[in-house]
Design a protein around this ligand. Sequence first.
Ligand code: EPZ
Length: 417
Amino acid sequence: MDRFIIEGGHPLHGTIQVSGAKNAILPVMAAALLAPGKSVLSNVPNLIDLKTMAHLLRIIGARVDMVEDKLHIDSTDVCYCEAPYELVSKMRASIYVMGPLLSRLGEARVSFPGGCAIGTRPVDLHLKAIEKLGAEVNIEHGYIHAKAKKLKGAAIHFEKSSVGATINTLMACVTAEGETELLNAAMEPEVDSTIDFLNAMGAKITGKGSTHLVIKGVDELFPVGMEMISDRIEAGTFMIAGAMSSEPLTVANCQPAHLEDVIAKLRSAGCEIITTDTTITVNPPKVIKPVNITTLPYPGFPTDLQAQFMVLMALADGVSIITDTIFPDRFMHVSELNRLQANINLNLNIATVHGVKSLGGAEIMATDLRASAALVLAGIKAEGETIINRIYHIDRGYDKIEEKLNSVGARIVRDSA
Ligand code: EPZ
C-alpha cells in the first residue's frame, strides 16, 4: 500500500495547477447514459473514482475510453440496469446511475450504499424523489430496485439540501412526461454543470443557480461534448496550503467565483488574496488569525474543505471553533492531527482548535479523501518527517497531488513498497 514520506518545513511558492472537478465529472458520466451515441468530456483528470465510474458504465453496456484528458462515452448499447455491490461499496457516487437508467431503461437495480468513513450518509431523499416521479421502489437483498414504465413530472420539495438527490432526480425527470418542479434544490457548482450538460443534450431545465428548478420533460436527448469545470475543492486545498506558507502561492486554472466564502474566510485569517478570472494568489499572513467556520450547503463553507481549514487553524494565534453541519461525523482527522502535536478537542460535530506555534512530524494514517489532503498539508508544515499511510484515499480525488505540491516547493516522496 502506498504511503507518503514528507520532509516538512519547506515553504510553498509559485504557481500550482488545478484539474477538472471529480464531483462534476461523476454525475455527467452517468448523464451520458441518457442518450445513445458518443459524448465527450474534456479536462478530465486521472482519478481512481472516475475509473470506478468508467468500470460501472462498461458493466451497464457503455463503451468508455480515456484519451489524454478526454473521456469518450458511447452509450449506444446500454442495456443492463444493475450497479453491483463491488462497485457501489467502493464509491457511493455509483448511485448516480439510478436516475439515468430509470429514464432510459425503465428499471434500475443499485446496491444499497452502506456507511462510509465520513458517516452514515442515507439515500432516502433520492428514493422519495423518484417515487414522487412514479417509480416503484423496493429494497431487496441489499439492492434498491426501482421500476417505472414512464416517469411522470411532479413537484418535489427536498427536506434537506442534497447535491446527490438533486442531480439524480434531474437525470431521472428530464425525459419524464410533463413538468417537474424541484424545490430546495442544491445550488453547488457541480449541480449547475450537470444542468449545463443536460441542457446541451436537449433537456429543458430552468432556474440554474437557484433552489427552484423547473424541468419540462422532452422525448429525446442527444450526445454532446463539454469541457468540465475546475475542481473548487482541489483549488481550496491549495489556497489553504498557500495560507500556511511564508511566500505567495498562485492557484491557476480555477474559478474564483466558486470559492467566495473560502476566500472570505482566508482573508479573515489574515491572507491577502488577489483574483483574476482563472487564478487566485494567496499572500500568507505573518501571524494566522483564528476564524470560526460552520460548513453549510453552497454558497456556504464546503464540508469538503473542513479538514484542510482545521490544519490552518491548528497553527493560528488563538482558539477557533469548527462545526460540520453537513457530515457531523467527519472528524477522523482530529486524532491524527493531534499526533502531529495539534491541540484540538472534539465534542460531537464541534471541534475547538487551540492554535499551537508549530506541528511536529509523526507517522499517521489517512482515513478518507479530504482528511488525507489535510494530513498532507499538515505534513508539509510540520517539523521533521511525517509518514502518511493508506494514501490510496487521496488518489480517489486528487491527480498526482505530490507532483503538483513538489513543483511549488514541497518535499513529498511516494513510497510504493
Ligand atoms: C456530495 O455528496 C459530494 N460527493 C461530497 O463530496 C460532498 O461532501 C457532499 O456532496 C456535500 O457537498 C459527490 O459529489 C460525489 P449530499 P452527496 O447529498 O451528494 C444528507 C468528497 O470528498 N442526505 O449533498 O452524497 C447527507 O447525509 C465528497 O468529494 C440525506 O439525509 O452529499 C448530508 O447530511 C465526500 N439523505 C446532506 O444531506 C439523502 O438521501 C448533504 O449530502 C441524501 C443526503
